[in-house]
Design a protein around this ligand. Structure first.
Ligand code: ATP
Length: 396
């Protein structure tokens, strides 16, 4: 197996890192990529007021998901747990023991490559891993790299050094980005979920008020709560909810906010969901106590209200988006259906359901509820009583 190792302070991880990681992965034909945030970086001091190790780890996890390398990319916290300075030679020693017989590739940008001979135990590094160096700007090139490669090879003739050109290099550094973030800029240089995480944790003096977020901040914050693969679904639900709200004269902004936040607790485990139910005093019936899918709508509504200060209309639209209930409000119907028919949904009958939804909201809702009941029954799953009551109320 060819394993790439990409370390850094990741304070914060930006599109330069994500692009370099993704493209180096392809160019080197790697099977796995390990992103390793440094605990105490040997090359640079963490500026005062920097995020905690846990926050840098979480940002790196979100950035890793944004590489879209799926299971092939992993974030390791090994350096964050190690005492003292984070030396790459120690990390490589541990990884070569963990992956005996595999090929290790240490990835680095221009600045790191040009100073490699000054690192702690460079000989050990070069004996344990192949080096893949790439430019951080379109201007960094072979002239500079070849001289350094030759100088290193002279001292360490056994070294294996390859230099790459990252085709879509993004010219940014974390230092520059931190300065931009203080001034309310820089969102375009971050994966949306990383930017959202920075806002919600109030990192780098962004100081956003979670209860009064403008849309261009609410959206990335909402995305930061999700697994990467769920992002198209939530953005699709936003789009569909806005369309339905316009079609039926509902409050477009409320529809948008409810749609963006409707799945904000979806990625939590059963244990985490239950802890939130206790925190927010959410009462659960027998079925809800066992069904994770039924819990996220309730805990999501609670977070939407507590963290983002949404009003009762939005709260209840999120609360009922999975089961529905008898006599739903217009906004509740819109969120229930937007979640069901948004553009990335692709199940048999979805187009017909979409047509009915835009002909008549209640007819669409009835059809959606009936399809759910049918599907759950066919799978042998119990149907929540609120869903049956919603259907019966519409039929009655
Ligand atoms: P700083 O501003 O503190 O120098 P940084 O942007 O260099 O931060 P690090 O986390 O220190 O970020 O970098 C980790 C690794 O990513 C290093 O090997 C660095 O050379 C590389 N790197 C950083 N920015 C880019 C970029 N824009 N393109 C390609 N590689 C990059």
């Amino acid at each position: 197996m060819r394993i790439g190792i990409f370390g850094g302070t990741f304070n914060p991880p930006h599109l330069g890192h994500i692009t370099a990681a993704r493209e180096a992965f392809a160019l080197l034909g790697l099977d796995r990529l390990l992103l390793i945030p440094a605990g105490l970086p040997p090359h640079k001091e963490l500026p005062a007021g920097s995020p905690t190790a846990t926050q840098r780890l979480e940002m790196t996890r979100l950035a890793a998901e944004a590489t879209e390398l799926g299971e092939q990319v992993q974030v390791l916290d090994m350096e964050l747990h190690r005492e003292g300075r984070s030396f790459t030679s120690d990390t490589l020693e541990a990884l070569s023991a963990q992956y005996p017989g595999d090929e290790l590739w240490l990835l680095m940008g221009t600045d790191m490559f040009m100073s490699l001979q000054t690192w702690h135990e460079p000989g050990k590094i070069l004996s344990l891993a192949n080096i893949a160096a790439f430019g951080r700007t379109a201007g960094d090139g072979e002239t500079q790299f070849s001289a350094q490669r030759e100088a290193l090879m002279e001292v360490y003739p056994q070294a294996s050094i390859c230099t790459l050109r990252i085709p879509s290099v993004v010219e940014v550094s974390s230092t520059e980005l931190r300065e931009k973030l203080v001034k309310g800029q820089g969102a375009n240089l971050l994966a949306p979920a990383v930017y959202g995480y920075i806002l919600r944790e109030g990192l780098y003096h962004t100081g956003a008020d979670m209860k009064r977020l403008p849309l261009e901040q609410l959206r990335p914050v909402a995305l930061s709560y999700l697994k990467h693969k769920r992002i198209p679904h939530v953005l699709g639900t936003e789009q569909e909810a806005v369309r339905l709200a316009e079609r039926y004269g509902a409050d477009v902004e409320k529809a948008r906010v409810a749609a963006l936040l409707h799945d904000c607790t979806k990625k939590l485990s059963m244990e985490e969901q239950l802890a939130l139910c206790t925190k927010y005093d959410i009462q659960l019936d027998d079925l809800e106590q066992k069904a994770l899918k039924l819990l996220h709508s309730k805990t999501g509504a609670a977070i939407a209200r507590d963290v983002f200060g949404v009003d009762d209309d939005i709260y209840s639209a999120i609360w009922y988006h999975t089961t529905g209930h008898a006599n739903m409000t217009k906004l509740e119907k819109i969120i229930y259906l937007a979640d069901y028919i948004e553009p990335s949904r692709d199940f048999p009958g979805v187009d017909e359901l979409r047509n009915v939804c835009y002909e008549d909201l209640d007819k669409g809702l009835l059809k959606g509820l009936e399809m759910t009941i049918e599907e759950m029954t066919a799978m042998g799953n119990p149907v929540h009583r609120a869903t049956i009551e919603a259907r019966d109320a519409l039929k009655g």
